[in-house]
Design a protein around this ligand. Sequence first.
Ligand code: GLC
Length: 511
Amino acid sequence: MKKTASEEKQVKTTKEKASAKKTVKKAEKTTVTVKRKPTVLFVASEANPFIATGGLADVIGSLPVALAERDKYDVRVIIPLYGTMEEGYKTHLTYLCNFNVPVAWRNQYCGLFSYKKNGVTFYFIDNEYYFKRDTLYGHYDDGERFAFFSRAVLECMQHLDYYPDVMHCHDWQTALSIVYLKTIYSARYGYDHIRAVFTIHNIEYQGKYGRETLEDLFGLPQNVGPLLDYDGCLNLMKGAIQCADYVTTVSRTYAEEIKDPYFSHGLQYVINDNAAKLKGILNGIDVDLYNPEKDKRLFANFSAEDTSGKKVCKAELQKMLNLPVREDVPIIAVISRLVSHKGLDLIKCILEELLSEDIQVVILGKGEPYYEGYFNYVSDTYSGKCKTIIAYNKDLSSKIYSGADIFLMPSKQEPCGLSQMIACRYGTIPVVRRTGGLNDSITPFNDSRENGNGFAFTNYNAHEMLYVIKDAIYTYGNKPVWNKIMHTAMTTDFSWGVSAAQYEKLYDLFI
Ligand code: GLC
C-alpha cells in the first residue's frame, strides 16, 4: 500500500529518531571509553626510594602505588629535586619544561622533571638554590624554600595542562599549596574544581613564621592573614587545616588525641573547630619489602607457618653481637631514633632493673647525645647481656627485627609508627604504649589473654611498662602460647591495600 505524504514523513521522522538515538548511544559509548580516570596528586617533601629521612617517605613511596593498583584513580606525586637524591634515579629523570615561579615580589627559576615507577608518575621540582643542600630541612630559609615548592606545584599544572581532581598535601612543608589554591588559584581557569586533602603526619612540626612574612615571603595579601594567624605568628599548618576540604591523620587514635592539648602542640582549638572534616586512617607497610620469607638480609628466611628459620636468625644475631648463644633467653630489641618522644626516658628509668632478669637487650639507633651516651654506658657495664649500636643501619635492623623476640616501643606520642608493624611481620612481639597508631595496630594479649599480636600499657609510667615487659618475658616461657601470639602477629594484615581503600573512599566524596 502506498503511504500518504504525512505517513511518509512520520516514518522518516521515526527513522531519523532511531538513527539519532543510535548516534546518541554511540556518543555515550564513546564518552564511556574516553572518560579519563579521576586524578590525585600527592604533594610531599620526600618519597621513597628517591629521598627519605623518615616515615613520611615510606608513606609517599607506597600509598600512591597501592592506590594506582586499585586502578580507579590516576595517581601522581610531586616532590622537590634535592641535590642529595639517589644518583641512580637522578640520572634517569625526564626533563619536561621550565618556568618561573613567583615567590612574593621575586620570580624564581623552576625546572620540572618526571619519572614513572610502578604505575605512578613522580614529578620533581628543580631549583638548585633552594634544594641543592646537604640536608633536607633545618635551614634558616625553610619557609621560603617550601613556599617556593608549594607555589611551584600549582604553577606547574598550567604548564602540564594537568589539573588534578584531588590535591593531597602532606605535613607543613606543603601546607601553603592548599592556602594558595584556595585563596589565589581557585578563581583561575582549570583550578576551580580541585579539592584539597591535608594529612598531618606529626602535629609537632607546624611551620611557624613571623607575621611580617605574609606578603614579603609568602606573597599572600593581608586579608588572608587571619587564615594563618595563630598564637602571635603565622602557622602554615593551621592555614592548611582551615582551607582543606578534608584533614586526615595517620591513625584513628591520633585523630582523637590531637583534640587534646597534651598532644596538639597548641593546635587543639583549630583541630576542634575543624573536627567535622577530620579523619584518621592507619598507615600500612610495604609487605613485600618487609617479608621474612624473602628478605635477603636475614641469616635465614622463615614464614608464619614455619618459623624454624627465626631460631637461626636469633643464634646468628647473638654470635654477631657477642652475646651468649641461648635460645631460652628472650632478646628484647629497641630500634628507634634516640629522641625523647620515643619514650626513652621510661626505658632509661628501668633498664638496669630489667637487666636483672635472665634476658638480653639490643639497642639500635642514633639521636640525642644524652641517650647515645647512656645506652653506651649500659652496654659497657652489662656486656654479655646488653648491646648498643649507635647507627642507622638497614641491614642490621633487619637482622635485629628477625632475630629478637620482643620489640619495645613505648612512645610518648606516635601518630602511626611503622616499626611495631615491621616487628610483627618478623615474629618479634611488640610491647607498646597505648597511643596513636600503636593503639590502632597492636591488640594486646595482656587484655584478654586469648587474642593479641603484642602487649600494651597505658600510662607514661616506667614501672607500669616494666610490669608489662615482665608479663611478656613470662609468656615467652610458655611456648604454645608464645607461638600463637607470633602467628597472630605475623599474619596481621598491615598491607597498604587496607589504607588505600579508605583513602579511595575519601576521594570518592569529591568526584
Ligand atoms: C611521622 C610520625 C610517625 C608516622 C610517620 C608516617 O614520622 O611521627 O608516627 O608513622 O610520620 O606517617
